[in-house]
Design a protein around this ligand. Structure first.
Ligand code: ATP
Ligand code: MG
Ligand code: MG
Ligand code: MG
Length: 437
């Protein structure tokens, strides 16, 4: 991508409405634009990151055996009347009336709809286990939308729903998502800690929030230091196998959100191993049994011919919120520092003297070589000051900056800067390409 043809509306001033660093940096780097309170347009740079995050989430869901579909954003109120949640959900639900005076709503979540789809087709235990997910926009009319896309009203969520014959197999489904989440957040360069969370009336131990520690987080959380250093399950994890050893290892050290906090248990931990922090909820997994299948009559026939309401769980990831969480975790005074796996581009190619024939030619050659090798390059081919170019590159946080100027070229060298370490090396253009592909 050539910067001269791209749309990257960088802000020089720090927007004063933004209270936290991720929101400020997203606005300054031209990633999002607020259209209404808590409702954002995704500008090209922000949209690229959103898609990268979404793709990692998708790959790990697929690896864990979940199956992707896509449900609509607009739902019928009747579905929610069946589950009893139409009235219970309250004012976070955006209610809409169509031209025929039918009550509709913009989905805040999809338990009802997926249960409706399930019951329309699945009758037998033989079709289970099943896990269906989608990645779709949700709307929740939050009382206090804030922190940019971290607490938006319209936001992108991955929500998966598992269906099993009984609680024991539902536990396997739960464990698969648990492990998938460990891998998902790790691949993005985030340390997300599964913490015991409220289960509501069902009780039990099958609800975890995945939390990123950050001073700007909205929840207060407590954990044992040990959990911060546990190994992440590899890509070769067998999701057909029993995953409970992994889940047990991750649930053994103390880790709980505010609502589930057990002060006595926490105080029993050696003082220097106790972590009290603030956290951002980026995912939430939950077993809720027959809460929806019972009222909505989503039953399956068992091998002995009897019928049972299907056991369900739901598993959410805040895809758009993750952008904010990522920036909270990866930035410095100059801007964002994207982990490679989610970076909007891999390399920023900086032409220090556009119009200079040798520099232009060298840049064009590097650009072509990198693009042909499948490396995503943002080529700053604009005629602006070097200082402004460097500031923009640091702000948007691409992992590598490849700087090309007439002076270096005379000696046959270009400069490669690592955004994260700040390390710069001088090397030949060919060496630079070799390092980047
Ligand atoms: P919160 O406690 O932050 O309000 P929640 O518990 O209401 O979130 P869930 O119903 O568990 O949210 O939804 C699954 C995921 O969707 C959350 O873990 C979070 O990452 C994301 N999410 C929820 N609400 C928002 C929002 N208003 N803006 C952005 N992401 C959100
Ligand atoms: Mg909420
Ligand atoms: Mg919550
Ligand atoms: Mg939650």
């Amino acid at each position: 991508m050539r910067l001269s043809r791209y749309f990257l509306p960088i802000l020089k001033e720090t927007p004063k409405e933004a209270e936290i660093v991720s929101h400020r940096l997203m606005l300054r780097a031209g990633m999002i634009r607020q259209e209404s309170a808590g409702i954002y347009a995704w500008l090209p740079l922000g949209y690229r990151v959103l898609r990268k995050i979404e793709q990692i989430v998708r790959e790990e869901q697929n690896r864990a055996g979940a199956v992707e579909l896509l449900m609509p954003t607009i739902q019928s109120a009747d579905l929610w009347r069946e589950s009893g949640r139409y009235d219970a959900y309250g004012r976070e639900m955006l209610r809409i009336t169509d031209r025929h005076e039918r009550d509709m709503l913009f989905g805040p979540t999809n338990e009802e709809m997926i249960t409706e789809i399930f019951r329309a087709y699945v009758r037998s235990y033989k079709d289970l286990p099943l896990n269906l997910y989608h990645i779709q926009w949700k709307f929740r009319d939050e009382v206090r939308p804030r922190f940019g896309i971290m607490r938006g009203r319209e936001f992108l969520m991955k929500d998966a729903y598992s269906f099993d014959v009984d609680k024991e197999s539902a536990r396997h489904a739960y464990n698969r998502m648990f492990v998938a989440y460990l891998r998902t957040f790790h691949r993005m360069g985030l340390k997300a800690i599964p913490m015991r969370a409220e289960t509501g009336p069902i009780g039990g131990d099958m609800s975890h929030e995945f939390i990123i520690l950050a001073s700007t987080g909205e929840s207060e959380v407590f954990c044992h230091k040990d959990i911060l250093d546990l190994p992440i399950p590899g890509a070769d994890t067998d999701f057909q196998a029993d995953l409970s050893p992994i889940v047990s290892a991750w649930t053994a050290p103390y880790a709980a959100t505010d609502e589930m906090h057990d002060k006595a248990a926490f105080d029993a931990i050696a003082e220097d191993r106790r972590v009290t922090a603030r956290g951002i909820e980026v995912g939430h997994i939950f077993y809720f049994g027959t809460k929806y299948s019972e009222p909505m009559k989503a039953n399956v026939t068992l091998s002995d011919g009897t019928e049972t309401p299907v056991h369900m769980g739901s598993y959410g990831v805040g895809v758009s919120r993750l952008l904010g969480a990522l920036i909270e975790a990866h930035h410095d005074d100059d801007g964002i520092i994207w982990p490679t796996s989610v970076a909007p581009f891999h390399v920023g190619l900086v032409n220090l003297k556009t119009g200079d024939a040798a520099t232009d030619a060298a840049c064009e050659d590097l650009y072509a070589q990198l693009e042909n090798a499948g490396v995503e390059v943002l080529y700053d081919d604009e005629d602006t000051r070097a200082g402004a170019k460097f500031a923009t590159m640091d702000l948007i946080g691409l992992p590598w900056q490849l700087v090309v100027g007439p002076r270096g070229l005379k000696d046959g060298i270009v400069e490669l800067k690592n955004r994260s370490s700040g390390e710069r090396v001088s090397l030949s253009p060919q060496e630079a390409v070799n390092r980047l592909v």
